[in-house]
Design a protein around this ligand. Structure first.
Ligand SMILES: Nc1nc2c(c(=O)[nH]1)N[C@H]1C(S)=C(S)[C@@H](COP(=O)(O)OP(=O)(O)OC[C@H]3O[C@@H](n4cnc5c(N)ncnc54)[C@H](O)[C@@H]3O)O[C@H]1N2
Ligand code: MOO
Length: 459
């Protein structure tokens, strides 16, 4: 059915429908070093306490707290990674940070609070404790004070960032169960498209921007990808690539182009032929013809029938298909708003939606009379009214300029989509709007600090 005959859905409806059709993938066991960006599928427990022994927090001397200040002979040295002897009364032991505190000692005095004395007649080192430890246990990490034996260090559903990799290493979890990464196939459609490496643009051609961009977007969402190339506007070409996605085991197929009203907009009919189109028109700008379908396709791997090795039955599986509009900005914006939450849900995220903050607009913005707009903007942190107070600051949302859905430059350095209502009016600069985060705010630009006015600087 042509786009005109589809019922409009809103973006929240489109997100709810596509998420409802999306299931979390199964789990895989992987080496912990390969797990970055994935979601943990089982709780991870610490098999032993950390530190596994009482450990010194400082370079200094292991002492008996009750013996206080005075001159002591240094009985032995404890270096990190060695096993100490017992400390007898009346002596102290040199110790380095992280080394095991000898039994008999119950505090560590840092080097700064001691003084080297001339060696004793038997050649033993002697040290003066000038300032005693203030309590028993000072500068000692007790056994298990960082992590108790049996403690849950990662919970099912946690996302693995570098710190989690460090935790897995700490507890010796050399492999673990994680939710599988979705396999995402991407194709571009359109007779006008050339490979990005094409040196000349003759005869009405342009370079294919969407496929590399969407492959990169899927990669940065932690997915595995399959590049299906460019399909010309012919049913056979689209069909052949669809079959490649199915045979290749793709969980998701993303197409771009060919979803609007033209004679050559063939994606919707193709998806209707093979599966169920859940929506084909979304009340949003950019991205109106966004299309979502589910296809029940043969499993790429044969499933062994119970017990009999020789007998394999062919099951079916669900493949999601997102037909994104061809305009490059519409493609990437609909990817962020609708595809990304589904990829996250498949990968095991508990809260797959985009995060929302408030931002103050920096320019007047003309609103679209009919469609709510997702206006590309760069958020930065604006300081409070006196220009110095970070705690009273807020996000400033600067428009990336012309918002035509062909102008990919409007996505450059955009880290948020301002959610603007449809209205026949202009939203004045200084308005507070909600903004959906589409990039890591840790990379947002740092606003310049205004130069100090002479004579007004605070002391
Ligand atoms: N009569 C109507 N025409 C259009 C309507 C409409 O409601 N009535 N909607 C417009 C809107 S809104 C959009 S968005 C586009 C989407 O169209 P398609 O998804 O069918 O995309 P194409 O027509 O194939 O391409 C649109 C535009 O984008 C360029 N393009 C396509 N693919 C790529 C690519 N891989 N890399 C770079 N650029 C690409 C293409 O050359 C076109 O300029 O439809 C409007 N039309
Ligand atoms: O929906 Mo389109 O993306 O306005 O050009």
């Amino acid at each position: 059915m042509p786009e005109a005959l589809y019922k409009f859905v809103s973006i929240p409806e489109a997100q709810a429908i596509s998420l409802r059709e999306t299931a979390c993938l199964g789990s895989d066991t992987v080496a912990f070093t390969e797990a970055l960006g994935q979601v943990v599928a089982e709780d991870v427990l610490a098999p032993e306490p950390l530190p596994p022994f009482p450990a010194s927090i400082k370079d200094g001397y292991a002492v008996r707290f009750a013996e206080g200040t005075g001159d002591f002979s240094v009985a032995f040295e404890v270096l990190a990674g060695t096993l100490p002897a017992k400390l007898e009364p009346g002596s102290i032991a040199y110790i380095t940070t992280g080394a095991a505190v000898p039994s008999g000692a119950d505090a560590v005095v840092q080097i700064e609070n001691t003084e080297q004395l001339p060696p004793a007649a038997d050649g033993k080192r002697r040290v003066r404790i000038k300032q005693a430890a203030s309590c028993a246990g000072e500068d000692i990490r007790p056994t298990g004070s960082d992590i108790k034996a049996g403690a849950q260090v990662l919970r099912r559903g946690d996302l693995i960032d570098p710190a989690e990799i460090g935790l897995l290493a700490t507890v010796g979890a050399s492999s673990l169960k994680v939710v599988k990464q979705p396999l995402v196939a991407v194709m571009s459609t359109g007779d006008e498209l050339l490979e990005p490496g094409a040196s000349q643009l003759d005869g009405g051609k342009i370079r294919d921007a969407n496929r590399p961009m969407l492959l990169a977007a899927a990669c940065s969402a932690g997915c595995k990808v399959m590049d299906l190339g460019i399909a010309t506007d012919r049913v056979g070409q689209l069909e052949q690539r669809l079959q490649s996605a199915i045979k290749g085991g793709a969980d998701v197929l993303i197409t771009s182009g060919g979803v609007s009203m033209g004679d050559k907009d063939l994606v919707k009919p193709l998806l209707e032929h093979h599966g169920r189109v859940h929506f084909g028109k979304v009340r949003m700008k950019p991205g109106k013809p966004l299309t979502f379908a589910t296809l029940d396709v043969p499993c790429s791997e044969s499933i062994p029938d119970s017990g009999t090795e020789a007998n394999f039955s062919q099951g079916t599986r669900r493949m999601l298909v997102f037909g994104l509009p061809g305009n490059p900005v519409s493609s990437i914006v609909t990817f962020k708003l609708v595809v990304l939450p589904c990829l996250r849900k498949m990968a095991g995220w508990q809260e797959p939606g985009l995060r929302r903050v408030h931002a103050r607009t920096q320019q007047d913005i003309k609103l679209d009379a009919v469609r709510p707009e997702y206006h590309r903007a760069t958020l930065s942190w604006a300081r409070g009214p006196d220009g110095a107070d970070d705690l009273q600051g807020e996000f400033a949302g600067a428009s990336t300029g012309g918002q035509l859905s062909s102008r990919l430059l409007s996505m450059r350095s955009a880290n948020a989509l301002l959610e603007l209502p449809a209205a026949k009016s202009v939203l004045p600069a200084g308005s507070t709007v909600s903004a959906l985060l589409i990039e890591d705010l840790g990379k947002m630009p740092i606003p310049e600090v205004p130069p100090e006015t002479p004579g007004l600087s605070s002391s």
